[in-house]
Design a protein around this ligand. Sequence first.
Ligand code: GRF
Length: 187
Amino acid sequence: MVKKNACIFISGFGSNLKSLIHKSRDPVFPIKIKLIISNNAKAVGILHAKKNSIPYLIINTKKRTYENLIFKEIKKNKISIICLAGYMKIIPKNFIDKVNKKIINIHPSLLPKFKGLNTFERVLKKSEKKTGCTVHFVNSMLDSGKTIVQKSFYINQNDNLKTLKEKTQKLEHLAYPEAIIKIFRYR
Ligand code: GRF
């Protein structure tokens, strides 16, 4: 099986990155992680890049040249798919158009509900019965592209911010690889 080259964008902890690295060791998992990009030099997730000897790049989004740097790397590494995994910057429309690759994201809610930040707080405040996570294609609007995979669980009375986050992330680590398999299944 010829694997597609992937680039993972992170900003923080990198638990989704870790699970994707783990999955990508499976010979039948459709991607190989060629590059990790972080906009945060202190992102804990960078440790996963180092531990697994995966090249990584730290970008400074305040610099005008940062997009060109990414384009160059994406071309050089023959990247077919960009996976946003806790990347805390909005991807500008001109970037999406110019890069012209599949870009997918994972969000900790049942989209279209609770787009944006502080999802768990808002889910609890609204006394939702269910919550979960969504892997979706990225378009120019925040958390709005077509859904690829969604996973949910029922919230119980004892759930709080911490338990919601834990339960959601557990599902995320299943949903993200599943979405990638789904995208490349018929290609
Ligand atoms: C995840 O909950 C994801 O849904 C959101 O950011 C978080 C990243 O977590 N976009 P991690 O860095 O993968 O641990």
